[in-house]
Ligand binder design. Sequence first.
Ligand code: DX5
Ligand code: ZN
Length: 232
Amino acid sequence: MTDRDFWTTDRIQIAPSILAANLAELGRDIAAVERGGADLIHIDVMDGHFVPNITIGQPVVRAIKRIATRPLDVHLMIEQPDRYLDDFVNAGADMLSVHVEVTPHLHRTIAHIKSLGVKAGAVLNPSTPVSALVEIASALDFVLVMSVNPGFSGQAFIRHGLDKVRRVREVLTQAGSSARIEIDGGIDAANAVEAVAAGASILVAGNTIFNTSDSEAATRALRSSVDAAARA
Ligand code: DX5
Ligand code: ZN
């Protein structure tokens, strides 16, 4: 599949979150998940303000772009994301998502991301109501539902996220939108199946993939549990 096709596929997409990878061996870890069937590489950008943690910036995204063979899904957990949209696209983002909690002019932000030629997503924290999307739903390429409070890998899945995915799907349908739904936080082989049944088609997983002895096999295992459920 070429990069251009990555958005039109019907397949459930697995997006390993490199926050949980061995950052001193990032090239090796990305190659492993790509061999295991990763569809996207999820990159968590944190600023120490919107979320308590500080992680990755544009130079690292640019470096990953040189070695990754899959599209880069860049999740901005930063205040004032508008200041950095062009930089992250120039660094190699293929999908760029912003949190609705820090984006007062979300319509303009989403339009700007799309004008840069990449897929635009809006992210909801666990406490943010689905209704925040109602007026913007038809403009979105994807919605990212957080199933943990953003900031760290390895947190427990908040099951309320499943019901939220269902309600986001309703809002999108109502708006005539075929936007994808991505779910992020605490995803494992069991809840991944539930998330897909609820309407998610992009699954982010950090801990479940990288905190194992074999991230290639863990990626493949997550893919096969989802595919097996789809066939059942
Ligand atoms: C959380 C990040 C997630 C995180 C996922 O703030 O947005 O992408 O890395 O990691 P796990 O799957 O370990 O919860
Ligand atoms: Zn994320």
